[in-house]
Ligand binder design. Structure first.
Ligand code: ATP
Ligand code: MG
Length: 263
């Protein structure tokens, strides 16, 4: 059997006395959407920071397609195909939407400008290809009309989709999404769900943090639940939402019942 796309192995990080992630292990199979859920402060964003290299682990290992990545810097992980979005949107407000997408691209990481300038023809070709690709991604997330608008002026839901387009520009092997539906209205959330379904159909592997449980339960193949930094449950959505430990720690009986109901 091939290695999982992502393997989290006994991962721990301590901030002072607090173990924000405490001996957590799970695996994300290639081509699946894997949910990471739990109450506020459970350690979900910290897990993303560990995976993407913003926070060094205190113990444990992280493997991407079987290869240890936990000692690599963030850019080294990006180069290996790890892309993410942030719970609090992070991008250059003054760039156009089109430019924002282009900041996510491989060519920017792989090719130094002087080297590119030495072979001008190749550079122009690469630039043109990058531009075409950026347009394609904007269209894919439904933002082609906003290409020349200032990123910071876009409505919140559009900024969230722009962040996804920028992450996709890396052509990731694994995409980490931290609360992509947060702050979206119901119709924006439905559009986002359709977008993620399309990415899933294309075979992209996604690790998803999200509090909208209907959204999570419909999209995910597998879910891992954290509470106070520890893994408390794991399995298929219908198993996890019926797990008394998860109902007690996070969902509450009312939400759990609403998830049982046909939608
Ligand atoms: N850099 C840091 N230094 C100290 N404590 C931190 C740091 N980052 C996170 N924490 C703490 O770690 C715990 C987990 O936080 P984290 O942001 O990972 O939670 P979360 O599951 O993403 O919550 P939410 O659903 O509210 O986004 C919290 O108690 C938080 O205060
Ligand atoms: Mg968080």
């Amino acid at each position: 059997m091939s290695a999982p796309r992502l393997e989290i192995d006994a991962l721990t990080v301590r901030f002072g006395g607090l173990a924000a992630v405490d001996d957590v292990s799970f695996a994300v199979a290639s081509g699946t959407v894997h949910g990471l859920i739990g109450p506020n402060g459970a350690g979900k964003t910290t897990m993303f920071n560990l995976i993407s290299g913003l926070v060094p682990p205190s113990a444990g290992a992280i493997r991407l397609d079987g290869e240890r990545i936990d000692a690599l810097p963030s850019w080294g992980r990006a180069r290996r195909g790890l892309a993410r979005t942030f719970q609090n949107i992070r991008m250059f407000q003054d760039m156009s939407a089109l430019e924002t997408v282009m900041t996510g691209m491989h060519s920017r990481l792989d090719e130094s400008l002087p080297a590119a300038l030495l072979r001008m023809g190749g550079f122009r070709k690469a630039e043109n290809e990058a531009l075409a690709k950026a347009w394609e991604l904007l269209a894919f997330v439904g933002l082609a009309d906003a290409a020349h608008r200032r990123s910071g002026d876009l409505p919140y839901g559009d900024q969230r989709r722009l962040e996804i387009a920028r992450a996709l520009a890396l052509e990731p092997r694994l995409l980490l999404l931290d609360e992509p539906a947060a702050g979206m209205n119901p119709s924006e959330t439905l559009a986002l769900e359709a977008l993620l379904e399309k990415l899933k159909a294309q075979g992209l592997t996604i690790l998803l943090v999200e509090h909208d449980m209907h959204f999570v339960m419909r999209l995910c193949d597998e879910i891992t639940v954290l509470n106070f930094g520890r893994k408390i449950s794991e399995g298929a959505p219908h198993m996890v939402r019926a797990d008394p430990v998860v109902v007690e720690a996070y969902l509450g009986a009312k939400v759990a019942r609403s998830l049982e109901a046909p939608q």
